[in-house]
Every structure is written in structure tokens, then in C-alpha cells.
Ligand binder design. Structure first.
Ligand code: GDP
Ligand code: IMO
Ligand code: MG
Length: 424
């Protein structure tokens, strides 16, 4: 039995939450492997809409266990709020034991969030555009071997450990300027820690490997996207974790040989939130049209997403890094109404024409070179079978498959669970 991996191939927000929910009946366990509440994974079904930040997207399926893996960073305050919100809507993963948390996952402290904000303010125009959830500082403490893990909350000296780390943070924060009062957040944090102690905690490495031994299928759910990977993304405009397939191994405790299918999700065009290079970004009316039609505003922060055409060199790069075996194209419906659709196939870069993602597209511009394909006018949102798809959309999908050499197995034509078509 293998662990299948589902992850984003662009700059995040590709529709991972929706697709995990759709595919979840095929699995016994859904496991988030990295990132934190910087993620916003949207699910829509039966006229309900939820945005999940830390909880895996299999949570609405009654038969599935969901694991927040060791590679995730958890803000207990936000996790508690997320669970209370689900409970208010009639879903109670806690009492039904459907949610488990890895003891080795690291905790986001209120001071991590202060550090994130202080660092961004200091950087001014060159800021990362972080979600201000404390992600970078928490992963820094993890790799700096100062972090606090979920399992530590049960130790008798937890409060001393907490204070030691806070004291370190305060000494850094003082360099940035006056430290805001965070006593309310600290109180909320400890309340949330009490709550965290009531959740089922596991050693994710043993837990996931037991599923494999028992022959039960597992789906690893990624957050963010490949181009935000700390090693392979558009550094330094990235997040602080490995968003790629390799991250599923370290983020859950599974060996590479146990990886099965790698399902890569991409939008029919591209978006990005926050700063950093984006070769195909559109600053004109077409970009505005995509933002409007695709409702491209961040699920977590509400920020307007930057929009542009599909970028094939970037997609091929993401497929290579992740070993993608099949793809899902989302938001096909958003492209309805364009007479022609552009696709970037190469870049003009440093005086040359190249068809791959080069080392640095921040200080040296990668100017997109486009192919054009014919668009379609039909509303796709009510389509129930791939046979009903407009011919030009089928051609668009085939064109992408030929360019990148990987099949598009599913096509998403709307935000609802049911607006998903199997292509093969
Ligand atoms: P994630 O972070 O990858 O899970 O994606 P987000 O939830 O942040 O952003 C995707 C947005 O697009 C959400 O608002 C989804 O409800 C919506 N969405 C997903 N698939 C489709 C689709 O095929 N068509 C349309 N119009 N919206 C979609
Ligand atoms: P999902 O899982 C889109 C972006 C931020 C910023 C950069 C660093 O919903 O696809 P961070 O807070 O991680 O330090 O921010 O990464 N970013 C995302 N963009 N979708 C996400 O998650 C993102 N998580 C972080 O906007 O540019
Ligand atoms: Mg999102």
C-alpha cells in the first residue's frame, strides 16, 4: 500500500482543498504534511462553504481519519477556533475522534506572529508579503532547535520552556522597536493549549506506517504550491517549508519508496498572492477579468490575488520536482468567454530564448513568449460529463498534456464538490 500525494503545482490556491475532499472516499487517512494556518483550503458542498487552515480536507467525510502531520506548524489559538467553527456547523471531529495531531508538530506562539509582522514591516517594499501567521519564525525555531512541539505541552516544565522561547523572541523584537502588549493573546494561547491537550495526539511516523502495514490507503495533502517551496520556489519569495513531494516524507515520517501517485493540481491560468516574480502576470483588463471571474481573493487574508496566463516552463518544473504522475486542472470555467487564451511556452531571458525555469527570475526578467489557442464561450458550471465539454476546451487540455507529458485526470468546472469531471 502506498501514500498518494496531492499538492499544488503553482503559487498556491490551486483548489487543493476541493480536490482532496472529492478524492477522499478512496482513502482511509488524509494527512497534512507541511505549512500551517497560512493555508486556506476551500470546500463547497450542499450549499455550504468552509475554509480550512490547519485541519485536513478529509474532515467532512464520515469514514476518514485526518492527521495534522509533524511537518505542520500549528497555532493552537487558530486550531481551536477552526474546530469550534466546525462544531457550530454540526461537524464534530473531536468527539468522533476523526482528528489526530502529531506530537512532533511545532507550535506557533503569539510572539512568532509578532516576529513575522516586525520582520515584514522592517523590510518595507522588499517584504515577502507573508500571511503574518508566524510561519517563517516558527520554522526558524524548528531548524534552529529552539522550537516547542505539541508533545511538549504535556511536560511538567512546558511553561518554563514557553517562557524561555518568549524571552528569546523579546530580545529580538526589542531590536525592531517597542514590543506591543500581547498578554491577551498569551491568555488565549494557554486556553488553547488546554484544548489541544484534549485532542488525540499520535507519533505520525508510527501512525501512518501502521496504515501502510494494514493495507489502508493514505493521501498526503500539501499546502501552498511548488513555486513557494523553500528550496525550489522563487526564493526568497517563498514560504518556509518544503511544499513538494519530498516534504510528504519528512512531514509525515514515510520512506520515499512508499510514495504512490503524485497528483498535481493547477489552475487553468495562474495566480499569486504576496510579493515575488510572476512572469505571466497581467496588469491589464484581462488580468482584472480573470480576478473577477475567478473570484481571486485570498481565502485566508482576503488579499486580491495577482492573475496571469498559464506558465508551461513553470508547470514542467513543478512536475519534475514532484514526480507528478497525474494532474487535475481547476477553474476551467473561469476561462469561458475569452476568444483566445494565451499560454507561455518559453521565456526571453538574459538575451536567450529558454524553455525552462532559470535560477533567478527576480533580478533578471523572464519575459513570457506566448502561444495562442482558441477559447470557448460555453458556461461549464452545469456540465456533468467530460463528453459534454466544448471542443476548444478539450483541445486546450490536450495541448497542455502534450507540452508537459502528464495526463489531466480530472477537470474542475466550479467550486462545488459535484463540479468535478473525470477525464479518463
Ligand atoms: P487551495 O488553497 O489550493 O485549497 O485553494 P483555495 O481554496 O485557496 O482557492 C481556490 C478557490 O477557488 C476557492 O475559492 C474554491 O472554492 C474555488 N474553486 C476551486 N475549484 C474551482 C473551479 O473549478 N472553479 C471555480 N470557479 N472555483 C473553484
Ligand atoms: P494554500 O495552501 C497562496 C504565500 C504568501 C507569501 C508567501 C510567504 O492556501 O495554497 P508565509 O505566510 O508562508 O510566510 O507567506 O507565501 N502563501 C500562500 N499563497 N496560498 C497559500 O496557501 C499560501 N501560503 C503562503 O502570500 O507570498
Ligand atoms: Mg488557499
Amino acid at each position: 500500500m502506498a501514500v498518494d500525494v496531492l499538492l499544488g503545482l503553482q503559487w498556491g490556491d490551486e483548489g487543493k482543498g476541493k480536490i482532496v475532499d472529492v478524492l477522499s472516499p478512496e482513502y482511509d487517512l488524509i494527512a497534512r504534511f507541511q505549512g500551517g494556518p497560512n493555508a486556506g483550503h476551500t470546500l463547497e458542498f450542499e450549499n455550504k462553504k468552509f475554509v480550512l487552515n490547519t485541519i485536513p480536507s478529509g474532515i467532512f467525510n464520515d469514514k476518514i481519519i485526518n492527521l495534522v502531520g509533524n511537518g505542520v506548524v500549528i497555532d493552537p489559538i487558530l486550531l481551536r477556533k477552526e474546530l469550534l467553527n466546525l462544531q457550530q456547523h454540526g461537524f464534530d471531529p473531536v468527539s468522533s475522534n476523526k482528528l489526530t495531531i502529531a506530537r512532533k508538530a511545532h507550535l506557533i506562539l503569539p510572539t512568532h506572529r509578532l516576529l513575522d509582522a516586525a520582520s515584514e514591516t522592517k523590510m518595507g517594499k522588499s517584504k515577502i508579503g507573508s500571511t503574518l501567521k508566524g510561519i517563517g519564525p516558527t520554522y526558524m525555531d524548528k531548524t534552529g532547535r529552539n522550537g516547542i512541539r505539541v508533545g511538549d505541552t504535556a511536560l511538567p516544565d512546558f511553561k518554563e520552556r514557553y517562557q524561555k522561547l518568549v524571552d528569546k523572541h523579546l530580545s529580538i523584537l526589542e531590536h525592531y522597536g517597542p514590543v506591543p502588549d500581547f498578554s491577551d493573546q498569551e491568555q488565549e494561547f494557554f486556553k488553547a493549549i488546554e484544548f489541544l491537550l484534549t485532542l488525540k495526539q499520535v507519533d505520525s511516523e508510527h501512525f501512518v506506517n501502521q496504515y501502510l502495514k494494514d493495507g489502508k490507503p493514505v493521501l498526503a495533502e500539501g499546502a501552498q504550491g511548488t513555486l513557494l517551496d523553500v528550496d525550489f520556489g522563487s526564493y526568497p519569495f517563498v514560504t518556509s517549508s518544503n511544499t513538494t513531494t519530498a516534504g510528504a516524507c519528512t512531514g509525515l515520517g514515510i520512506a520515499p519508496r512508499h510514495i504512490g501517485k503524485v497528483i498535481g493540481i493547477f489552475k487553468a491560468y495562474c495566480t499569486r498572492v504576496g510579493s515575488g516574480p510572476f512572469p505571466t502576470e497581467l496588469f491589464d483588463e484581462t488580468g482584472e477579468q480573470l480576478r473577477h471571474a475567478g473570484n481571486e481573493f485570498g481565502s485566508t487574508t482576503g488579499r486580491a490575488r495577482r492573475c496571469g496566463w498559464l506558465d508551461i516552463p513553470a508547470l514542467k518544473y513543478a512536475i519534475m520536482i514532484n514526480g507528478v504522475t497525474e494532474m487535475v486542472m481547476t477553474k476551467a470555467d473561469v476561462l469561458s468567454g475569452f476568444s483566445t487564451i494565451k499560454v507561455c511556452t518559453r521565456y526571453e531571458y538574459n538575451g536567450e530564448i529558454i524553455d525552462y525555469m532559470p535560477y533567478d527570475i527576480q533580478s533578471l526578467e523572464a519575459k513570457p513568449i506566448y502561444d495562442e489557442v482558441s477559447g470557448w464561450q460555453d458556461d461549464l458550471t452545469g456540465i456533468k460529463s467530460s463528453e459534454e465539454l466544448p471542443e476548444n476546451l478539450v483541445k486546450y487540455v490536450k495541448y497542455i498534456e502534450e507540452q508537459v507529458g502528464v495526463p489531466v485526470k480530472y477537470l474542475s468546472v466550479g467550486p462545488d464538490r459535484l463540479q468535478t469531471l473525470e477525464m479518463y
